[in-house]
Design a protein around this ligand. Structure first.
Ligand code: PLP
Length: 374
């Protein structure tokens, strides 16, 4: 049996590079609380993401929860069900009510045509997701947010380093959350960051992630603990040095999938919008053949020790924990997409031969099925 191919594999520096990076921690003995590594990574990320304000967190999810709290939001937040549980959980765990907008059938981001009809007097924010690194309709979302005086917080967990017409994705909305989880394009083992517009928020956010402490004898906010430690930051410094090379390797894998699958009937491949420089974070494929289901392909590949993910299935408005909690809203496009989509293995070190092999299995399955017509 071939060695298993997982859907993702973490990018890492060489062991020596990491050891070099963490060595001075044995001198300083400062392991967390805005250490030197933390502060250096913050500066380097502001530079890389072309933003003025960055705050680092122990993970991306808590960054979302904290920004909802810092903005003191109430009532309803319009969001998308076609995302990781984290997006919806952050809203609900903050005592807010999610209201689900449907998604676009082509890029899977939040639909903006009917967005205004979801706004009520209780709406306080919009939380869209740049899913798979596809950019939301940021202009229209901004227009609507301004008209109704709503905050916009992007879940940009998938979109690290993406630019559109030369502009960094981190600059849209009032704030964006990036995840630096081990499985993401750029990782700090676990980790995350907020980028945000209003520089006045910097001290508040920093205080919130450290128990609300603002001075040696003052605690101004009921904060929690969500600090990024020095070992995480050191991993980030190493990975950031190599991230361009890793993205380039991802691009080759992505292109190889396109080459192999572009003429195949019954599948819809991802597209990168005009003007966008992608980070090649995922390779989502839509199986829209009547005769062969996404689940069959998923199982077929598994028999060959190749692991794909039904990302995102189920929708977050269908999760067990939310049954009878709030109106799930009817999101038929998201429903359809979630039943047909499969993300194929994609990581920097995936061999192109393996991509060919994965594609061959998919093609064989689809073609055999076409033949069954006769
Ligand atoms: C990974 C991810 C998160 C959560 O980030 P963590 O760093 O794992 O907490 C949130 N939203 C989306 C869309 C994600 O993919």
């Amino acid at each position: 049996m071939d060695i298993p191919i997982q859907v993702t594999r973490s990018s890492m520096p060489t062991l020596n590079e990491y050891i070099e990076e963490i060595k001075d921690l044995w001198e300083s003995r400062l392991l967390t609380n805005q250490g030197a590594k933390h502060n250096q990574l913050e500066v380097e990320l502001a530079d890389y993401l072309v933003v003025s304000n960055v705050a680092l967190f122990t993970n991306g999810h808590l960054a979302l929860e904290y920004i909802l709290e810092v903005f003191q939001l109430k009532g309803e937040v319009i969001t998308t069900p076609f995302t990781f549980a984290s997006t919806t959980h952050a809203i609900v765990r903050s005592g807010l009510t999610p209201v689900f907008a449907d998604i676009n059938p082509n890029d899977y981001t939040m639909q903006t045509d009917n967005l205004e009809s979801l706004i009520t007097e209780k709406t306080s924010a919009i939380m869209p997701v740049h899913v798979y690194g596809n950019i939301c309709n940021v202009k229209e979302i901004e227009r609507i947010a301004q008209k109704y005086n709503l905050k916009v917080i992007y879940d940009a967990a998938h979109a690290f380093g993406v630019t559109v017409n030369g502009e960094s994705i981190a600059n849209f909305g009032d704030a964006s959350m990036f995840s630096f989880h081990a499985t993401k394009v750029f990782n700090t083992i676990e980790g995350g960051a907020l980028t945000f517009k209003d520089s006045n928020l910097k001290n508040v956010i920093e205080a919130y992630k450290n128990f609300g402490i603002t001075g040696p004898e003052t605690v101004e906010y009921i904060g929690g603990n969500s600090k990024m430690n020095e070992f995480q930051a050191a991993m980030g410094l190493c990975n950031l040095r190599n991230v361009e090379r890793e993205i380039e390797k991802r691009r080759l894998v992505y292109e190889r999938y396109l080459e192999n699958l572009s003429d195949v009937v019954g599948i819809v491949l991802p597209r990168i919008a005009k003007g966008v420089i992608s980070n090649y974070s995922y390779f989502p494929v839509l199986f829209d053949s009547e005769k062969i289901s996404r689940d069959e392909i998923h199982h077929d590949l598994m028999k060959h020790n190749i692991y794909t993910r039904k990302y995102f299935y189920p929708l977050t408005n269908q999760l067990e924990c939310y049954q009878s909690k709030f109106a799930p809203n009817y999101t038929p496009i998201a429903q359809l997409i979630s039943e047909k989509i499969l993300t194929l293995p994609l990581y920097a070190d995936l061999h192109l031969d393996d991509v060919d092999r994965i594609c061959k299995i998919i093609k064989t399955k689809l073609v055999l099925n076409q033949l069954n017509i006769y």
